[in-house]
Design a binder for this molecule. Structure first.
Ligand code: NAD
Length: 282
C-alpha cells in the first residue's frame, strides 16, 4: 500500500544519504526503497567499513541499487537529506569532518539516541536545518514508531518532510525535543518489552502443553492482532479489554491474575526506568 501513497513533501528525485551504514541505516534504506518513496540510485551510504571488500555491503548495494563510500563528505555533497546514523559517541567526530559541506539547502536528520539538537547546532554552520528523530528497531519490518523533533533553524515543512519519510517505514509523529527521552523509554526500548511478553506467553503455552513453535507463533500473532485492533478501531484499549471479558469467563480470570502480579505497574516502571536512563545518558 505504501508504494502508491501520495507524497506531499518528498519529491520523486530526492537524494538521501546515511553517515554510518549499520543496522538502522540498512533497515531504513530497505524500507525507503521498497516503499518506493526514495529510489535506490538516489541513496548514498558511507561507513568506515563500506569498502568493496565487504561482501555483505556489496550484496546490499546489488539488492537496492544504492551507492556506498568510505567518504562521509561525499554523502553530504550528494544528498539533500543527510541522516546521521552512527553511534552517539561518534557524532562529534563526524560533525567536525563534514561541517564545511553542510549548506542551508540540506536537512540533517539525526537518529543518534540521546544526542541533543544543540550538539548539532553548535557544531554545524549557523542556520543549519537539523531535525532529530527517535525511531526504533522495528524499522527492520517497516513497522517503526518514530517521533520527529525540529531544531531551531528548520524551514517551513522540514519536519513534515522528515515525517513523510519515516511514515513510509511505519508511523511517525511530530513532537518537541523534550519528549524524546520518554519516547526512547516507550517506543525506542519498547520492542524488547514486546519480545519478553511474547516469549513469556509462549512459555505459558508450553507450560500448558502446547508445542513450542505453535506457542510462539500464537503469542506473536496475538500481540500483533491486539496492537492492530487498538490502532485501527480507534477504541480505548480498556474498552477492547472489556469487550473480550465475558462474565465468569476465562479472560477475566486471567486479568485477575495479571492484576495480582502487578502487570500494569511492571510496564509503567519499565518505561520509567528506560526514560531515566536516557536522561542520564543524554
Ligand atoms: P550500528 O553499530 O549497526 O551502525 C553504526 C555504523 O556506523 C557502523 O556500521 C559503523 O561501522 C559506522 N561508523 C562508525 N564510525 C564511523 C565514522 N566515523 N564514519 C562513518 N561510519 C562510521 O548502530 P545502529 O544500531 O544502526 O544505530 C545507529 C544509530 O541509531 C545510533 O546512534 C543509535 O543510537 C540510533 N538508534 C538505534 C536504534 C536501535 O534500535 N538500534 C533505535 C533508535 C536509534
Amino acid at each position: 500500500a505504501a508504494v502508491c501513497q501520495k507524497r506531499k513533501y518528498v519529491s520523486e528525485d530526492m537524494t538521501i544519504g546515511f553517515i554510518g551504514a549499520g543496522k538502522m541505516a540498512q533497515a531504513m534504506t530497505k524500507g525507503f526503497v521498497t516503499s518506493g518513496i526514495i529510489k535506490g540510485k538516489n541513496i548514498t551510504l558511507s561507513d568506515v567499513s563500506a569498502s568493496n571488500a565487504n561482501p555483505r555491503m556489496l550484496q546490499f548495494v546489488k539488492e537496492f541499487g544504492v551507492t556506498t563510500t568510505q567518504d562521509n563528505k561525499e554523502v553530504v555533497n550528494k544528498s539533500q537529506v543527510v541522516v546521521i546514523s552512527v553511534k552517539p559517541n561518534v557524532v562529534n567526530k563526524v560533525l567536525k569532518e563534514v561541517k564545511e559541506h553542510v549548506s542551508k539547502d540540506k536537512i540533517v536528520v539525526s537518529i543518534a539516541a540521546g544526542v541533543p539538537l544543540s550538539t548539532f547546532e553548535q557544531n554545524l554552520p549557523p542556520g543549519s536545518r537539523v531535525v532529530r528523530v527517535m525511531p526504533n528497531i522495528t524499522v527492520t519490518v517497516q513497522a517503526a514508531a518514530s517521533v520527529v523533533a525540529p531544531g531551531t533553524s528548520v524551514q517551513l515543512h522540514d519536519s513534515e518532510l522528515v515525517r513523510e519519510l519515516f511514515q513510509s517505514i511505519g508511523i511517525c509523529e511530530i513532537g518537541s525535543e523534550y519528549l524524546l527521552d520518554a519516547v526512547t523509554g516507550l517506543s525506542g526500548s519498547g520492542p524488547a518489552y514486546g519480545f519478553i511478553a511474547i516469549e513469556s506467553l509462549a512459555d505459558g503455552g508450553v507450560n500448558m502443553g502446547l508445542p513450542r513453535d505453535l506457542a510462539l507463533k500464537l503469542a506473536a500473532q496475538t500481540l500483533l492482532g491486539a496492537a492492530k485492533m487498538v490502532l485501527e478501531s480507534g477504541k480505548h484499549p480498556g474498552q477492547l479489554k472489556d469487550d473480550v471479558c465475558s462474565p465468569g469467563g476465562t479472560t477475566i480470570a486471567a486479568v485477575q491474575s495479571l492484576e495480582k502480579s502487578g502487570f500494569r505497574s511492571c510496564l509503567i516502571g519499565a518505561v520509567e526506568a528506560a526514560t531515566l536512563k536516557a536522561q542520564e545518558l543524554g
